[in-house]
Design a protein around this ligand. Sequence first.
Ligand code: 3HC
Length: 317
Amino acid sequence: MTTLDFETQFFARINKDEKIEPKDWMPEKYRKTLIRQMAQHAHSEIVGMLPEANYISRAPSLKRKAALLAKIQDEAGHGLYLYCAAETLGAERDNLMDELHTGKAKYSSIFNYPTLNWADMGAIGWLVDGAAILNQVPLCKCSFGPYARAMVRVCKEESFHQRQGFEILLALCNGTVEQKQMAQDSINRWWWPSMMMFGPSDSESTNSEYSMKTKIKRFSNDELRQRFVDASKPQADILGLTLPDPLLKYNEATKHWDYGQIDWDEFNNVVQGNGPCNKIRVKARKDAWDNGKWVRDAATAYSEKQRQRKLETKQLA
Ligand code: 3HC
């Protein structure tokens, strides 16, 4: 069979919504696109632990601390699932980590903003995890098996992340005037960076066409962004908070909320490494990797010892 035959067969499977598994034939571009997206997704999960980790020791109660700790631990697990999914396509974990530590790899721009107070834990849970859910639920139907299956587990945990964030904000909004103002200030800072999580506009998206054709992506960046706005506005009303977009207006014709212009210069600037926290985030990850070397060495030594022991037992049998 020629490559063309294989490609024809591949797209026939994609069009029948069959799952592509790691050992199946796939176009090199499909493999590379998946490694790129899954690696960035994994990096986002791991780097995403840092902004919230700041508040584990500052949580206002044991209950809040336990919920935040559980959420952050979940994010670590999400990252590990996704690194493993990338490895099924031949990606080397050490290479992926090196790309993150040297600034070569992207991760979601949202995690390059500072967390200034406890209300930010609410805004991150409600908005950032809320955006992540809208972006990740369609990925449960992604054409690549391991990615889709990882997303099923991830999305179950994201729902708890978003609920605990919304509840933090609700408590603040039902609190003192200062607490409500703290929540409003936080939403003012986190709304537009959350809108950027869905990627550039469809006309500027360089990967969407191929990702949609191969059913990695099920909906476009702008479609999912619109769902995010439509879902967030009524929730903001329940909180009694104002989304910081003066052009936000319900469109009776489309039955969607029209929204203002995203600052794409800011987006590109942060993606290129010039955001408020890019450098400290990458340094924190590199330090964690370096300081954790002894754990990796011990685990490797242990597994080698186990392998030797199994081999000797087999030889004696
Ligand atoms: N931050 C940084 N880079 C971004 C970005 C963002 N918010 N949005 C897009 N980009 C990059 C893309 O990676 C791409 O660059 P590349 O070609 O060098 O990789 C470029 O901008 C053009 O964007 P495209 O729309 O063409 O790229 P994609 O088709 O990959 O779409 C995406 C971007 C929608 C983020 C898609 O990659 C995706 O759905 N990824 C999986 C979900 C994910 O990674 N979410 C990130 C957050 S994870 C999270 O929030 C965890 C939660 O538990 C808190």
